[in-house]
Design a protein around this ligand. Sequence first.
Ligand code: GLC
Length: 453
Amino acid sequence: MRNNLKIGLISLLLLTSVSLRTTAQDQYKHETAEQKSKRMAWWTDARFGMFIHWGLYALPARHEWVKNHERMTNEQYQKYFEEFNPDLYNPKEWARMAKEAGMKYVVLTAKHHEGFCNFDSKFTDYKSTNTPFGRDIVREYVDAFRAEGLKVGFYYSLIDWHHPDYTIDRNHPQRQESDSAYARVNKGRDMAKYREYLKNQVRELLTNYGEISVMWFDFSFPGKNGKGRDDWGSEDLLKMVRTLQPGIIIDDRLDLKDKDYGWDFESPEQYKVDKWPEYNGQKVYWETCQTFSGSWGYYRDETSWKSPAQLLELLIESVSKGGNLLLNVGPTGRGVFDYRAQDRLKAMGEWMKYNNRSIYGCTEAPAEFVAPDNTLLTYNPKTKRLYIHLLSYPMGNLKMKNMADKIKYVQFLHDASEILYRKGSGGEAQTVNFQLPILKPPVEIPVLEVILK
Ligand code: GLC
């Protein structure tokens, strides 16, 4: 009887301690909307980040998917590993350019689909420290960007075209035509081992490099000859990530879209959304990732570079619909930003220097404000200022409805010069007519700052 009581008490104690531990570890599953908005606050304020795609594919310089597109084997791809020596790599310079462009955070490919690791992982030999270059790229990157005050993140490819246990699937360079062919090539490959490898590497990344603010997993493609949550061990992985870095922000490509806690933001890729994206009827956090020219890795012969005006419009438009822009640079095999990327970053920085108040801390304007033609609106809810971005410069005046009683003062944002305005009369009593100079100011996209009552 006494013994039974003891056993009972001990098991009760054990049970509570186990359940307490589970609750602590599972806290992320019960985060409230308010807690999430606090965790996301630096990110929604920042609005503008830099994506960096860099790996062995910088050498072929014809798309980061080159191994796949040309169906190369590991042996055929090996020459890029052997020649990898980006002697001009100076992440301090990268960080300076990102900062001057107005970017507030950065995400670097720690590993892309090719499987090559830009960091000194204990779990593979296929890493930058074993190339002629011999350096831990991630370490230097983290230090340099942090020193410039940017929040640092990692992209990590779930897909791996190099690992011997990663099974051949429909996105693999060695993809097959039939089920029997798949069975043949996958004999001896063990996804359980790959799952362990992937988890170990993510643990390294989130343990050895200090505070990491963003984790960008890429990507799931469930279905026949595809891969999804069970292949990656997504639930387990997510739990580890949230435990190691409780403040981290995670994208939506782990194939856990049906779980509230399974992702933090939507990631429309190379796609300009036409309204604030929703999921299950709710507006979501979102970030569009975009390239300057089409491919993510350095592509020498690509000529489809977006103009500074298009890029600025992309940024403004994202903010005007409540989202972020993650703009990608694909450094060359020497370790520098392509001159065209440098040009664009400089142009964006020039604009941001004078106009960033319409970006940082801003979001979609309240529905009562209707954007006049050829303009985009953003709004800062804290300062109660409305920003009108003039995409095509109007001839001398700009009318806006439903405004007359709301305005305290109006100025150009870039030089704080007053903009006079007239109120309408009769049926147009609530319309105002902003009196603009005939000459477009020397600003790529001029902005009116409306200080509201
Ligand atoms: C895609 C591509 C990849 C790129 C990524 C960025 O999923 O596979 O090359 O890294 O998008 O969003």
